[in-house]
Ligand binder design. Structure first.
Ligand code: DGT
Length: 138
């Protein structure tokens, strides 16, 4: 069982996959019943206790897209604070996978040119790091 310390600010570790197909990347619109509903994100999610970041990302990509992904290099790590909790996001390059990504989890799924992220509603954490993310993807 996880131990939660009273009055301690907690951090949530998150992994996100930068799935590339040619010059395009895969983004998903967060579903209605979740936090940040409607915002465009990179597929991924929270690292569960006992998982390595790469294992967690491969699991999330299987759950959300039904693909078997080869997790590539760690490209960027950022932190962001919401009111009572911090998140650490690790962004991994994902260039190879088995299967065609299917929309299992998101409101919708799209392949877009990275620059298009500038005009989409994206999580604040990603907005702050957008220039660096676009640099990685160029
Ligand atoms: P919820 O709605 O709070 O139960 O969270 P989940 O389980 O739907 O959210 P999940 O597993 O996607 O957790 C990722 C957290 O990181 C969530 O607070 C949103 C935040 N986040 C910020 N940018 C991104 C991103 O590009 N991709 C993903 N997957 N999460 C992001």
């Amino acid at each position: 069982m996880a131990i939660v310390h009273k009055n301690k600010k907690l951090w949530i570790p998150v992994v996100a996959g930068l799935l590339k197909r040619g010059k395009q990347i895969l983004v998903g619109q967060r579903p209605e019943n979740h936090s940040l509903a409607g915002q465009w994100e990179f597929p991924g999610g929270k690292i569960e206790l006992g998982e390595s970041p790469e294992y967690a990302l491969a699991r999330e990509l299987k759950e959300e897209l039904d693909i078997e992904a080869e997790i590539g290099e760690l490209k960027l790590a950022i932190t962001h604070s919401y009111e009572d909790v911090g998140i650490v996001i690790l962004y991994y390059e994902v260039s190879y996978w088995k299967g065609e990504p299917k929309n299992i989890h998101h409101h919708s799924l799209e392949w877009i040119y990275p620059e298009e992220l500038r005009s989409r509603t994206i999580p604040e954490a990603n907005r702050k790091a957008l220039d660096r993310i676009l640099n990685i993807l160029s």
